[in-house]
Design a protein around this ligand. Structure first.
Ligand code: TMP
Ligand code: ASP
Length: 242
């Protein structure tokens, strides 16, 4: 059956997306907004077409990851702004992968941005807006009850696999995957799957030749051509996946 799910009441509203219940208790609809925030929502704005672009980009990337054997919450794109996904309970951790120095790590360590790391760097942050999503370690995550050591091991493994697939994909787009953040969720049977989104909101993406930033740093740092960067990523992605 290929019937359209019916959209029920809103379950949750985040900074960039809204989640709606459907008539199926196992599935929810994600609506992508144009709203952009940075620095724990101290900076707010709108980026024209961002919702449409992030919906389309996440759809292409999650489908590609699925082809590569990565389990995700994604079911299908419904329209320009919405996608249908499996309802999962989001693990309250952000998994950050860094292939090059940038952003908060460059600042924390007092190093310049753009240094290629000889190893893949993994950070975890505790998803807690009131605290500004602080950087934590595995022991803190276990202390908080966010995950067990065994689950953390599986989650780092999954995160590393996703990094390998994405690095290669962005490389074909002539883009350096500097760093990114993912969120993982647990399905009703306890399986850990990739959830949320992968888009220029959640990745640092630099053009390989010019090093031009094609991601949300254009908004965070007032660099201009924000919407254009999201469209550029979508266009390059479409080209390599066709
Ligand atoms: P950071 O350098 O600010 O810690 O960011 C690392 C990566 O995580 C970068 O690609 C942007 C992404 N990110 C999010 O997706 N959400 C966030 O709230 C933050 C702070 C970063
Ligand atoms: N989304 C985050 C916020 O508004 C920050 C970011 O992406 O830089 O807090």
């Amino acid at each position: 059956m290929n019937s359209q799910p019916s959209k029920k009441e809103m379950l949750y509203e985040g900074k960039a997306k809204k989640i709606y219940l459907t008539d199926n208790p196992e599935e929810v609809i994600v609506y992508f907004k144009d709203d952009a925030t940075a620095f724990n929502a101290q900076k707010r704005g709108q980026v024209e077409k961002k919702g449409e672009m992030n919906n389309a980009i996440t759809t292409l990337i999650f489908n590609y990851l699925k082809e590569k054997g990565i389990q995700t919450h994604f079911i299908k794109q419904l329209n320009e702004r919405e996608q249908l996904v499996q309802k999962v309970s989001i693990i309250p951790l952000e998994f950050v992968v860094r292939n090059y120095s940038a952003g908060s790590m460059a600042q924390r360590l007092g190093v310049e941005e753009g240094i290629k790391s000889p190893v893949t760097i993994f950070d975890i942050c505790y998803k807690k807006d009131e605290l500004g999503d602080p950087l934590i370690n595995d022991h803190h995550a276990v202390f908080l009850g966010a995950a067990t050591y065994d689950e953390l091991k599986k989650m780092y493994q999954l995160t590393a696999e996703i990094n390998e697939v994405l690095k290669e994909l962005f490389d074909k787009m002539n883009i350096i995957l500097v760093d990114f953040k993912i969120e993982l969720g647990k399905t009703s049977d306890g399986t850990i799957v990739l959830a949320d989104e992968i888009s220029p909101d959640t990745c640092r993406l630099w053009d390989k030749d010019t090093l031009k930033k094609l991601d949300k740093d254009r908004f965070r740092r007032d660099l201009g051509e924000v919407s254009e960067a999201y469209v550029e990523i979508y266009e390059r992605l479409k080209k390599v996946l066709n």
